[in-house]
Design a protein. Structure first.
Length: 142
């Protein structure tokens, strides 16, 4: 289960043979994300467990399991900003019930990121996924 935007990223990754090109693509995806207002970069939106600074702010329309999930995110590290863009492509637009069904490990495995991210970046990516899952679970239970 993946969003069309995520499928496009996966297809681009298949086309790019060199990991340097893939990293550049991840960074470019991050540059395309809109900047998050500095006023929203507060402890409540900060993701713990990331080596760099990361903030995620949910944007949920509706309520309960059918509520539509979206989020804003930003990082002070270019590669992490790109990872936020990838997660946005994976989760944005799903209802919160479906967010909980996404097997992020399998989907991200399509990109081969696990083999090419440092341990710190992998931990940070996991922390962002856990935050997204928690936000969706909290809304689904409401």
């Amino acid at each position: 289960m993946a969003q069309e935007a995520f499928d496009e990223i996966a297809e681009t990754f298949e086309f790019l043979d060199d990991w340097e090109d893939r990293y550049r693509h991840v960074i470019e995806l991050g540059r395309e994300l809109p900047a998050m207002d500095d006023a929203l970069k507060v402890p409540a939106t900060k993701v713990e467990g990331c080596a760099s600074q990361v903030w995620l702010l949910p944007r949920i329309e509706g309520s309960g399991p059918e509520a539509q999930f979206d989020f804003e995110g930003e990082s002070d590290a270019m590669i992490v900003q790109g990872l936020i863009a990838i997660l946005h492509a994976l989760y944005s637009g799903l209802n919160v019930r479906d967010v909980l069904k996404v097997d992020a490990g399998t989907e991200l495995g399509r990109l081969g990121l696990n083999d090419h991210l440092s341990a710190q970046r992998s931990n940070g990516l996991r922390a962002m996924i856990e935050r997204i899952q928690k936000l969706a679970a909290d809304e689904a239970a409401a």
